[in-house]
Design a protein around this ligand. Structure first.
Ligand code: SF4
Length: 443
């Protein structure tokens, strides 16, 4: 059967999709890029917040139209939404022929075969004790970079988050396995690794390894071919001195950190069960800026957490204004089933959450622009990842993570190679993006 994929949600989900794609490719079925050619589509869903759930449901419904038109025979829902609601999801959505949970996707071929036999399987398994989210992958990212998932699950219990219920306890991929994967990615020409996990700072804790992340980073740093190592999702309460020194050292680990802080008000952070408060956050971020040269900071914050007062919100806006993150994502709190925060009093009206979110984004937009203005006339290596037209390429500098930050647009009549670096002088700004020209010595 011809099988197509739609991957929704975060980059961690994308890694799972890439593993399923490789399983399909190795089977008697055929992997197709064009959904119009697919007989069966697997939608890897996200169930993190309401918006993500709605997006997944919209995709299931719109893909269902292809079925009605006779262009497609079957649809499977995989991922977080499938794990969370299982057969119930299938009962509610007649478009679906099967569901497969996040801990069972190695069984995807079996699920496809059962569907071909006319069955309606729901393969949902509890989270495993070990890291099983590995295996060959069909890379779906543009040339030059790949995601590297080092952990799955999470031992934190942030009161708003359903991820530990869906993905289970923290489990780390042992270092030798990761290094093997990195070597194979390097052989495929990957230059940039984007390191993922729900909380990458605690890598190895479940394996009894202390300071697992710095040790892993130092090993990856030795692997030839890899030139950029980028760290995402570092929980602020788990960043220690060794992590800081490892990033600050002269090596391939980029001075780029994605640290989701979620809020700044101590009383909100306490109710979120984040394990950090305003003072520790403030001193950590200032320490990082002092100790890591040219550091680029990304964060995520949430508005409208239950009980967030005007004063709490002002603390958050003051914090964002004072820390001046390079990049910031903001989302409005969404009450998730079975989480502690969903039962908290003083839930905030949607319009207030939304207005606060817009206010934060407005503040940040100005900061990001100012930060980009300060980058003008700098000459930096840009990883070329795409081409828009004959003389127009797209790529990213070390200060731009894929998919979440801006990009760099490079104008040049010279032919650039996708997946390779070019030295670019930054000359202009367009919204969140930079515009650059090939540096003099290269042109
Ligand atoms: S750190 Fe908190 S927000 Fe992140 S996955 Fe774990 S419980 Fe959820």
């Amino acid at each position: 059967m011809n099988i197509g994929f739609i991957s929704l949600g975060c980059a961690k989900n994308r890694v799972d999709t890439e593993i399923m794609m490789a399983l399909v490719q190795k089977s008697q079925h055929k992997l197709v890029n064009d959904l119009e050619k697919a007989e069966l589509v697997i939608i890897n869903t996200c169930g993190f917040i309401n918006d993500a759930k709605e997006e997944a449901i919209d995709h299931i419904i719109s893909t269902g139209h292809l079925k009605e038109q006779g262009k497609l025979r079957y649809i499977i829902a995989a991922g977080c939404l499938a794990q969370r609601y299982g057969r119930e999801l299938m009962d509610e959505m007649p478009e679906l022929d099967g569901v497969i949970g996040v801990s069972a996707y190695h069984g995807i071929i079996d699920v496809i075969d059962q569907i071909a036999e006319g069955k309606t399987p729901a393969l949902i398994e509890p989270a495993p004790a070990e890291f099983i989210e590995k295996g060959e992958r069909v890379l779906s990212t543009p040339p030059g970079y790949a995601y590297l998932k080092i952990t799955e699950g999470c031992n934190n219990r942030c009161s708003y988050c359903a991820i530990p219920m869906i993905r289970g306890q923290l489990r780390s991929n042992p270092e030798p396995e990761i290094l093997k994967e990195v070597e194979s990615l390097a052989k495929k020409g990957i230059k940039e690794l984007v390191i993922l996990g729900q909380d990458t700072a605690v890598y190895g804790q479940d394996l009894g390894v202390s300071n697992g992340l710095p040790s892993l980073l130092k090993q990856i740093n030795r692997i030839g071919g890899i030139e950029w190592i980028r760290l995402m999702y570092l929980h602020p309460a788990h960043i220690n001195q060794e992590v800081i020194e490892t990033i600050a050292a002269d090596n391939k680990i980029l001075p780029y950190m994605d640290i989701p802080v979620q809020h700044a008000s101590t009383s909100v952070l306490k109710r979120m069960n984040r394990g950090h408060d305003f003072d520790s956050l403030y001193s950590l971020l200032n320490k990082l800026k002092t100790e890591i040269k040219d550091l680029v900071l990304r964060t995520t914050v949430m508005t409208g957490f239950p009980g967030e007062t005007e004063r709490d919100f002002t603390e958050l806006t003051d914090f964002v204004t004072s820390i001046r993150f390079d990049w910031l994502g903001c989302f409005a709190y969404s009450a998730e089933d079975d989480t502690a925060a969903a039962l908290m009093p003083d839930q905030i009206p949607d319009e207030v959450k939304q207005a606060r979110m817009e206010q934060i984004l407005k503040i940040q937009k100005k900061i990001t622009r100012e930060k980009n203005i300060r980058r003008l006339e700098r000459t930096l290596p840009i990883l070329i990842t795409g081409q828009k037209s004959k003389n127009l390429y797209t790529g990213r500098g070390y200060f731009q993570a894929p998919e979440v930050d801006g990009i760099t647009i490079v104008k040049t009549p010279q032919k650039l190679v996708k997946g390779e670096f070019a030295k670019v002088t930054l000359k202009g700004i367009r919204l969140y993006d930079m515009i650059g020209e090939l540096a003099k010595e290269e042109s």
